[in-house]
Design a protein around this ligand. Structure first.
Ligand SMILES: [Zn+2]
Length: 251
């Protein structure tokens, strides 16, 4: 189902069989504390896209847009950030290309919180761009995602209050599940701990993460495990696939 791994003939055959949904994931290349590498969100997006496509049963998976909108992480070395206009231009060209090949539904989601606002903002413009034969749908429920993480962490034996949304117990668990041995377990440090609400997200996206947390972490990574990570991945994939299925009238 991975577009990049298929030949054009295989893609044409899939389209002819009616597999005309395509998932377009995006991530980020940004700091994730001292214990996680910059690729976390891109690797997470790769996996979620496959899980979502499997659940839908009709979708192919486009290559992850690996770099996202991360100005609030620029105070930490290595972060690469697209301006929202650049990010939208990349999505627009993906959508134009995929619509030209005959996909009916282009399903966009992010594994990086900073892309949610820009994605929600561009949804209608992308949909207008691809014409009446094709739809562009966006999943952009950041509070929903954090809520699912809290539930998954609790059910898998962790502490829900350690979920802060960035490089926390949930995200560190996800990375340990997807890249065994990849977490620098001797470098764990907690960060901002408090409620994750709209006021906090406002402060985060306008003032930058460093003003809230000099570790670069939101929440606490201690107690991470691959088992927690697997539950987080499965439940977030359920939520995203459920969102698209409902909007496509397939529930
Ligand atoms: Zn992340």
């Amino acid at each position: 189902m991975l577009l990049e791994k298929m030949t054009f003939g295989e893609i044409q055959a899939a389209l002819d069989e009616g597999r005309r949904d395509v998932v377009v994931p995006c991530g980020a290349v940004e700091q994730h504390g001292r214990h996680l590498p910059l690729e976390v969100d891109a690797v997470h997006a790769d996996r979620l896209a496959q899980e979502v496509a499997e659940r839908l049963g009709t979708a192919l998976v486009a290559p992850t847009i690996r770099v996202g909108v991360s100005p609030h992480h620029m105070a930490f070395s290595g972060t690469i950030s697209l301006q929202p206009a650049t990010f939208e231009a990349v999505y627009a060209d993906y959508c134009r290309s995929l619509a030209a090949h005959g996909f009916d539904n282009i399903l966009c989601f992010s594994a990086h919180g900073g892309n949610f606002g820009p994605l929600a903002d561009m949804e209608q413009r992308l949909d207008d761009l691809v014409g009446p034969e094709c739809r562009v749908l966006v999943f952009a429920d950041l509070h929903g995602l954090v809520g699912v993480w809290r539930g998954a962490v609790g059910d898998a034996g962790g502490t829900p209050d350690d979920v802060g949304g960035h490089a926390d117990v949930a995200e560190s668990s996800v990375y340990s599940y997807l890249r065994p041995g990849g977490v620098r377990a001797d470098q764990l440090a907690r960060g901002y701990s408090g409620p994750v609400d709209d006021a906090l997200l406002d402060r985060l996206f306008t003032g930058g993460i460093k003003a809230l947390s000099d570790t670069g972490v939101m929440g606490d990574p201690h107690g991470f495990s691959p088992a927690i990570g697997e539950v987080c991945v499965q439940r977030v994939a359920d939520m995203i696939a459920g969102h698209f299925a409902a909007r496509l009238g397939r529930t």
